[in-house]
Design a protein. Structure first.
Length: 185
């Protein structure tokens, strides 16, 4: 990542803990499972772009973008139009401030990604503990051309409308898992 973006994130989160921020948000909402935060290492994002041949002019959405480090990285390193959709408002405010400050083509929206309406070219979905009912809602999408990058499960496990175009092995801080590039048949 260009150093000043990384530095901006480090500075913004010096006294904040993203794991605790998500836990508090989920506790306040009354969710049972509240330990859901985690971040994708940025070298893995490079590998995903390369192995899945993601074009640099694609619109790339991170559904559940957390601190926003992936869209900020894609916008700073590859000048991609990269977006984050995230329900924790403070993450969104800080990520947009960093994007604006550094003139990056990344933007962040505070909402439930299940309500997102505009068709992306690519969606990255890192939620290894996602409830089945959420995935079942996502696979009902009407977006025919969107390619979905999912971590640890393929959409074809949930719907016969989808097939796996490619897969790779991703290394996360907690271990290895398959990452799938899913497309509608
Ligand atoms: C596991 S973190 C992933 C962060 C980032 N995408 C990454 O890979 O480094 C998941 C994030 O998704 C957010 N999230 C979970 N469900 C969501 C939903 N339905 N709509 C928007 N954001 C959601 C959480 O608040 C959390 O910040």
């Amino acid at each position: 990542m260009v150093n000043w973006v990384e530095l901006s994130l480090k500075k913004a989160y010096f006294f904040k803990n993203p794991y605790r921020m998500v836990r508090r948000f989920l506790e306040k909402r009354g969710d049972k499972e509240v330990y859901l935060y985690g971040e994708t290492p940025l070298p893995l994002i490079d590998k995903i772009l390369q192995d899945f041949s993601v074009p640099k002019n694609a619109t790339f959405f991170d559904f559940g973008s957390g601190r926003g480090h992936i869209p900020l990285y894609l916008a700073s390193k590859y000048k991609m139009r990269a977006y984050g959709v995230e329900e924790v408002a403070e993450f969104v405010v800080i990520a947009n401030q960093i994007a604006v400050k550094h003139h990056l083509s990344a933007r962040f929206f505070c909402q439930d990604y299940l309500d997102w309406k505009i068709e992306p070219n690519y969606v990255y979905l890192y939620g290894t503990c996602l409830e089945d009912d959420i995935i079942e809602k996502l696979v009902k999408t009407s977006w025919k051309k969107t390619k979905w990058i999912t971590v640890s499960f393929p959409f074809s496990d949930y719907s016969d409308r989808f097939e796996v175009e490619k897969k790779l092995v991703g290394v996360y801080p907690w271990g290895e898992t398959d990452i799938f590039l899913n497309r509608m048949k």
